[in-house]
Design a protein around this ligand. Structure first.
Ligand code: DPP
Ligand code: ZN
Length: 876
């Protein structure tokens, strides 16, 4: 794995005109014949050879225009095929035959087997594990695919595009042919074959074309795909209405598989999904699962335009499709559900996953300039921060101009492989605005820190807001330029009424957005008759850290009167955080913890406020996590103290709000048949939040046990189980519930994953022993990525006191597991290893243990490029 640099980008020497693939499927010896028509690009040296990519391939035949290629005209290794003496300008055909072993493919990249079916994953560089090919996203061609397979075992033969036909083929075999007319890069190729059940529906597009919709799942699981189908139809409609995008083939298929490295994959016309993001029913899926299914079905469908019709020139441009498509799926979910509640969830996720990445050794720009292993750049920075950057463009330009920019992008670049610069240019052209400084968001890593302070002049009736921005140093980037930070901002009077200033100096302020563009800037708001309370970064208009010393009284006012409910939540978080930070410090020094009353009173009042939607109140009650507190503390962290401090604050809120929580627990029921809609989910979330606080107020597992026994859906059942296991791990109630849960669901892999995760996140040092024992449980399947993530990944990512126990044994355990996983599935190993990204913010003893575990991995000779890249960057 050598370093690839953006600056070295060159177009290919040869243009690929078309691709014809024939697969003769066999579990261990699949024959792949690739007929590729190329011509030399104009102006290219007529002697330049054609170099194709491979990965662990064996060549078994090579024809040039149907004639055997002389051996002295090509060189082949498992990683490349170089062909010389090719025509100067006229097109020619290469026929490449390879034999591959799907059964032995444990990396789950290329063609592999899962649950008895054949399936592919080609993004980013999996196609080169199928045949020698110019395996890069700027090589686009139409594909014909012929699949030949044993008919009994593989009644279903699927690939991209439209179905051409099929027939019997010799003894016991059959074949099917597919043609995808839309030129596509190889990473969007897919093939699925096997025996699966299906649910079918249709969608009529805005121009009246009928599209066949099919979702394939294991036999017997068909009813559990109904929600995914509903989400798909809503996504198709929404993309027509909001982005003017219509579907472009006769058929759209989704296949759910149980062994999958990612969440899902947007292959043209044939999405392949981790079954976790397709299958749901009330008995086995939580409200969170339903929301994820809706979001990911939408995300992959939306890729059809943002990713497939317009794709990336090279992998440095990954955010071109991912950031934009995440933005689109966020907007979709916001329209389908509650916009402020969705925004709160997004920001929680951004802060807990992307901010630590951006603050640690793995920080990289949204549009990186170099990589060793592209698989390691499917990060929250590319996805989530990439989405935030798109959102800021929409904020800067306003809704209508943003739409014009998007329309221009679709018109101008349909069928092309383009760059971030091409994307941004569309918005510059649509708006007439210069986005040069704004584009630094793509190029400078690190979360900007904005420090604000306000001063009111009662005589002049002006309010001055001084702002300063600082972009922290990140690997390879020590000096940063000031960025263009759009801050949505509103002033409020003491009675909660909005104040509209007569004029603003010192900074552009349009459409209630203040543009911070200098390192320091003071905005002066004129005509403010009383001292205003200012709400900054409303709706989280910019992905920044904000330091703004607002009094508890001002925050309480915003928590009560802000018209933007996201900002109410932000104010409540602003009230909670100092208490949680103090609690962690006090707990560390063995002092007793006490929270201030404005915080507790405001929080309990919000919980009881019937004018607020239940889902919002549930979000308000979910205090910042231990990881959030660690991040705010910044360094020298002791996870045990953070945990103890937060527990003490929870107890104080619970005691103060006990009556409110009792009333909510009794009233927030959802009578009637289960419905996964957002309103019902919000009621369940609020009732369960109340149950959590009651478990602190009552210090007894009794109520949670009753809830566990009474639950008639997975949301309530899993919440009760989690409370029992986490709050009362040694109680007989917890043991009984865990065992009953396992017995009831041991046949359902997705629920078994939850059973592992609940236990992996039990706080405290003893959990390591439990996790180690669970790795020996017959239900623990090391070949299944979901299962590995559910136990080992969850333990490392989401159990600061268990994984981060003081003797370092958690880190040592992870090192052993990573080395083991890496031998089968490097991508999975590398992903789980990123759980070490914040090791330098630990206190010195834990830091030493963490470093030792990382060094243990680093000095292992036979590491994958994936893990080597992560471990070396993490240690740097
Ligand atoms: N399948 C992954 C996603 O949709 C990578 N493209 O984000
Ligand atoms: Zn995506």
């Amino acid at each position: 794995g050598q370093v690839i640099n953006l600056a070295d980008y060159q177009p290919t020497d040869f243009v690929l005109e078309r691709v014809d693939l024939t697969f003769e499927l066999d579990p261990t010896e699949t024959k792949v014949e690739a007929r590729l028509i190329f011509h030399r690009r104009e102006g290219v040296d007529p002697k330049a050879p054609l170099v194709l990519d491979g990965d662990e391939l064996t060549l078994s035949g090579l024809l040039f225009d149907q004639m055997e290629m002389p051996a002295d005209q090509y060189t082949v290794t498992p990683e490349s095929l170089t062909v010389r003496a090719l025509p100067a300008s006229e097109p020619f055909e290469l026929t490449i035959t390879t034999i591959i072993n799907p059964e032995a493919n444990t990396q789950l990249m290329g063609l592999y087997r899962t649950g008895g079916i054949y399936c592919t994953q080609c993004e980013a560089e999996g196609f080169r594990r199928i045949t020698y090919f110019p395996d890069r996203p700027d090589v686009l061609a139409p594909y014909t695919v012929n699949i030949i397979a044993d008919k009994a075992a593989n009644p279903l033969l699927l690939s991209n595009g439209n179905f051409l036909g099929g027939a019997g083929y010799g003894e016991g075999k059959h074949f099917a042919a597919w043609f995808d007319p839309h030129p596509k890069p190889s990473y969007l190729f897919a093939l699925v074959a096997g025996d699966l059940g299906v649910i079918e529906d249709t969608f009529t597009t805005v121009s009246g074309r009928e599209v066949a919709l099919k979702i394939y799942v294991e036999h017997g699981k068909e009813p559990r795909a109904a929600y995914a189908m509903d989400a798909l139809k809503r996504s198709m409609k929404w993309d027509e209405e909001v982005f003017g995008r219509e579907y472009d083939l006769d058929i759209f298929m989704i296949v759910a598989v149980s062994d999958f490295n990612m969440g899902a994959m947007e292959n043209k016309g044939l999405n392949v999904f981790n079954d976790k993001y397709v299958l749901a029913d009330p008995e086995t899926a939580t409200d969170g699962d339903y929301a994820n299914i809706e979001a990911i079905i939408a995300h992959e469908y939306f890729h059809n335009w943002t990713g497939n019709r317009i794709t990336c020139r090279d992998w440095f441009q990954l955010c071109l499709k991912e950031g934009l498509t995440v933005y689109r799926d966020h907007e979709f979910s916001a329209d389908q559900r509650s916009r402020p509640v969705k925004r709160i969830a997004e920001v929680r996720h951004l802060k807990s996953e992307q901010f630590p990445e951006d603050a640690g050794p793995l920080a990289h720009p949204v549009r990186p300039t170099k990589y060793r292993e592209i698989n390691n750049f499917y990060t929250t920075t590319v996805y989530e921060k990439g989405s935030e950057v798109t959102r800021m463009i929409a904020t800067l330009l306003g809704r209508d101009t943003f739409k014009q920019g998007m329309d221009l992008y679709f018109d101008r670049h349909d069928g092309q492989a383009v760059t971030i610069e091409d994307f941004v240019k569309c918005f510059e052209d649509a708006s007439g605005r210069d986005l040069t400084q704004f584009s630094l968001w793509y190029h400078q890593a690190g979360t900007p820190l904005v420090t604000a302070s306000g001063a009111y002049d009662a005589v002049a009736k002006t309010f001055s807001l001084s702002l300063e921005q600082m972009i922290p140093a990140t690997p390879g980037q020590s000096d940063k330029k000031p960025m263009h930070i759009p801050l949505s901002l509103q002033l409020f009077a003491e009675d909660g009424a909005a104040i509209t200033p007569t004029s603003v100096d010192g900074a552009e302020y349009t459409g209630s957005v203040l543009h911070l563009t200098e390192r320091t800037q003071t905005a002066v708001f004129h005509g403010t008759k009383t001292r205003p309370v200012v709400s900054i970064n409303r709706s989280f208009s910019a992905p920044i850290n904000l330091h703004f010393d607002q009094s508890p009284a001002d925050l309480a006012l915003l928590a009560r009167y802000e018209t933007d409910h996201f900002s109410r939540w932000q104010a409540l978080t602003g009230l909670a955080l100092p208490n949680l930070l103090n609690a962690a410090r006090d707990a560390r020094e063995g002092k007793s913890v006490s929270s201030e009353t404005t915080f507790i009173d405001t929080l309990v009042a919000a919980a009881a406020d019937e004018s607020l939607e239940p889902a919002f109140r549930a979000q308000a009650l979910a205090l910042p996590s231990e990881a959030d507190i660690a991040r705010e503390l910044g360094g020298n962290n002791d996870p045990d103290a953070i945990h103890a401090g937060r527990q003490a604050v929870m107890k104080q809120v619970a005691d103060a709000g006990r009556d409110t929580f009792l009333a909510l627990y009794d009233s927030m029921t959802t009578p009637g048949a289960f419905s996964p809609d957002a309103t019902s989910a919000g009621r369940r979330a609020l009732r369960n939040a109340a149950l959590t606080y009651l478990s602190y107020a009552e210090s007894s597992p009794a109520r949670a046990k009753t809830a566990f026994d009474a639950a008639n859906n997975m949301t309530d059942l899993l919440h009760a189980l989690t409370l029992l296991a986490h709050r009362f791990p040694d109680s007989p109630e917890a043991a009984e519930a865990l065992s009953a849960f396992k017995d009831r669901f041991s046949e359902n892999a997705l629920v078994v994953d939850k059973w592992f995760s609940v236990q992996a996140t039990i706080p405290g040092a003893d959990t390591l022993d439990r996790v180690q024992k669970l790795t020996e449980n017959p239900l623990f399947k090391r070949t299944n990525p979901n299962r590995v993530r559910s136990l080992i990944g969850t333990f490392a990512f989401a159990n600061p006191t268990g994984f981060g126990r003081a003797d370092g044994e958690g880190y040592a355990f992870l090192a052993r597991e990573i080395l083991d996983i890496d031998r089968r599935n490097p991508q999975l190993a590398a992903r789980i290893l990123t759980s070490m990204r914040s090791w330098r913010s630990l206190e010195p003893v834990r830091q030493d243990h963490a470093r030792a575990a990382l060094l243990e991995i680093e000095r292992t000779a036979e590491l994958s490029t994936d893990v080597r890249d992560i471990v070396e960057r993490t240690l740097k």
